[in-house]
Design a protein around this ligand. Structure first.
Ligand SMILES: *[C@@H]1O[C@H](CO)[C@@H](O)[C@H](O)[C@H]1NC(C)=O
Length: 438
C-alpha cells in the first residue's frame, strides 16, 4: 500500500514488559485477491499456518467492490480450516478508491459495519477478549476511536492497534487515550544503511505499557507504471537483520509486510494468478518467487516466542537481484522516496551487489558459495541461525550454495543465474529479489 511520511526519532527507551501472548501476523492486501476463491484462501491460510503465522491482517480499502466478497471467502476458508488461524481488519484510509473510512454506516461502507459483521466469527482474532483492529493511517479520523466514541460504542469494544506512523513516536503520545497499541510501518532503512532497531525502540518507549506491533519486511521496490513515484529502499540483509531485531525489541506483535503486495515486491506468499499483480509490475514479479522467505519463519517465529523448534535438517535460504544495480536503466526509480522528504539517490548508491544467504544448521558446518565459475567462498557456520553475504565482484552465472560438515557436502542448492545486464524486456533494471532455498 502507499506509504506516507516516515519519521526518524531519538526518544529515550523506556523499560517495557511483555506479559500476554505474543503473535505474528502477515499483511494481506485484499485489493490484490480479486481472483481468489475460498480454495485459494485455504491455500494461503495453510501456507501461512505452516510458517507459524497466527493471523492475516486483512488490509481493506473503502469502495473496492471486490472487498466484501473476498472478506467473506477468507472467513469461510479460515472457519473451514477449524478457525485455528485467525483474521482481522486493517482499515486502509489511503488505499481505497473512496478514501477515508466513515466510523458508522451500512455494510460495507463503515468500520463498525465490518467489525460487527465478522467479530463473532471464531476465526476473528481477539485480544483481551476484544476484536483486534488496525489501520493503514487514518490520522484525520483519530477521534472516531475515542473511548465512548462511535466505533468503540458501535462495536461493543475493540482492541485497537493502528498504523499511525505519520504521527511518529513523538505524536502518538498525544492520542494515547484512543489506542491500545500502535503499529509502526517504518521498517525499511533510509539511504545506504542497514536497518537498526532504533525506530522500533523509540515507538516502544513512546507507547509505554501499550502494545507495540513491529513491522518486518524482506524487500521494497515499486515501479508500476502509472502508479505515481517509483522507488526502492535497501533490502539486502533486511530479512535476516529484522528477525534478529525482533529478539532485541521483543514487541508484543510482529506484522510481516507483506503476504501479497507484488507491486511493492514485499510479498512472501505465492503468485496465484497474474491478474492479481497490479498493472505494470508483472514484468518484475513474474519468475521472481519469494516463497523461500517463508522457510525459516517457523524458526524465527519460534525464537521470537521463546520456543524455537528443534532444527532437524540443515537448510539454507538465499536471495539476490539477478544483475548489478548499475545494469539497465533506472527508468525513473530512485532509492528513497522524495515524497516522504527523503533525498532521492541513484539505486546503485544504496543497493549492494551481492548474494544474501542464511543457514539454519543442526550443528556447526562450513557454508560455501560459488557464483558461476568465480571463486569458492567459505564461511564458518554455527549451530542455529547464520547469515552472510558475498559480493558479485563481477562474477555471473548461477550461485551454488553448500553445507559441508566433516568434509562431506550434507546439503546443496543452486540459485537463478546472475547476469551482467538487466533481464527485463523493457530495458529497465529489475530491482526485485529472486529467492531460493533448500
Ligand atoms: C549490514 O548488515 C550486514 C548483515 O547483518 C553486515 O554484514 C554488515 O556489516 C552491515 N553493514 C554495516 C555498514 O553495518
Amino acid at each position: 500500500m502507499r506509504l506516507v511520511a516516515l519519521f526518524s526519532a531519538g526518544l529515550a527507551v523506556l523499560p517495557y514488559a511483555v506479559s500476554a501472548q505474543k503473535s505474528v501476523f502477515a499483511h494481506i492486501v485484499v485489493g490484490n485477491t480479486a481472483a481468489h476463491s475460498v480454495t485459494t484462501w485455504g491455500t494461503d491460510i495453510s501456507l501461512a499456518q505452516a510458517a507459524g503465522i497466527d493471523a492475516f491482517v486483512l488490509n481493506i480499502g473503502l469502495g473496492d467492490t471486490n472487498t466484501p466478497g473476498q472478506v467473506a471467502n477468507a472467513f469461510s476458508a479460515a472457519e473451514a480450516a477449524g478457525s485455528t488461524f485467525k483474521l482481522f481488519f486493517a482499515f486502509d484510509y489511503l488505499g481505497g478508491p473512496s478514501g477515508a473510512w466513515p466510523a458508522t454506516g451500512d455494510f460495507p461502507n463503515s468500520v463498525v459495519s465490518f467489525v460487527n459483521k465478522y467479530k463473532t466469527s471464531p476465526a476473528y482474532f481477539k485480544f483481551n477478549n476484544l476484536p483486534f483492529v488496525s489501520t493503514f493511517e487514518g490520522t484525520g479520523n483519530v477521534n472516531d476511536w475515542a473511548q465512548g466514541g462511535p466505533i468503540r460504542s458501535g462495536t461493543g469494544g475493540v482492541y485497537f492497534v493502528p498504523d499511525w506512523t505519520s504521527l511518529g513516536p513523538g505524536g502518538i503520545t498525544g492520542v494515547s487515550d484512543k489506542i491500545d497499541g500502535a503499529f509502526n510501518f517504518d521498517m525499511w532503512p533510509e539511504g545506504a544503511h542497514n536497518k537498526t532497531a532504533d525506530v522500533d525502540k523509540a515507538w516502544q518507549g513512546a507507547l509505554g505499557q501499550k502494545s507495540y506491533m513491529m513491522g518486518v519486511s524482506p524487500w521494497f521496490f515499486h515501479s508500476a507504471t502509472g502508479f505515481g513515484p517509483n522507488w526502492l529502499w535497501r533490502g539486502d540483509d533486511l530479512w535476516a537483520d529484522s528477525w534478529a531485531q525482533t529478539l532485541d525489541v521483543n514487541p508484543q506483535f510482529v506484522q510481516i509486510v507483506t503476504w501479497n503486495d507484488y507491486a511493492e515486491a514485499t510479498y512472501i506468499g505465492p503468485l496465484h494468478d497474474p491478474s492479481e499483480i497490479a498493472a505494470g509490475s508483472g514484468q518484475y514479479v513474474n519468475n521472481m518467487p519469494h516463497d523461500s522467505w517463508r522457510d525459516f519463519l517457523p524458526y524465527y517465529i519460534g525464537k521470537f516466542k521463546n520456543s524455537p523448534p528443534a532444527i532437524d535438517r540443515d537448510q539454507m535460504q538465499f536471495w539476490y537481484r539477478l544483475a548489478p544495480a548499475s545494469a539497465g536503466s533506472t527508468c525513473g526509480v530512485t532509492a528513497n522516496n522524495p515524497n516522504q522528504g527523503q533525498q532521492a539517490l541513484p539505486p546503485d548508491a544504496v543497493l549492494q551487489d551481492g548474494v544474501f544467504f542464511s543457514a539454519l544448521l543442526k550443528a556447526d558446518a562450513k557454508v560455501t558459495v560459488q557464483i558461476g565459475s568465480g571463486p569458492l567462498v567459505s564461511f564458518d557456520g554455527k549451530q542455529g541461525i547464520n547469515h552472510w553475504s558475498t559480493p558479485f565482484n563481477g562474477n555471473t552465472g548461477a550461485p551454488v550454495f553448500s553445507i559441508v560438515r566433516d568434509g562431506v557436502t550434507v546439503n546443496s542448492g543452486k540459485g537463478a543465474a546472475i547476469e551482467a545486464n538487466t533481464n527485463l524486456p523493457s530495458g529497465c533494471a529489475n530491482y526485485n529479489a529472486w529467492v531460493g532455498s533448500f
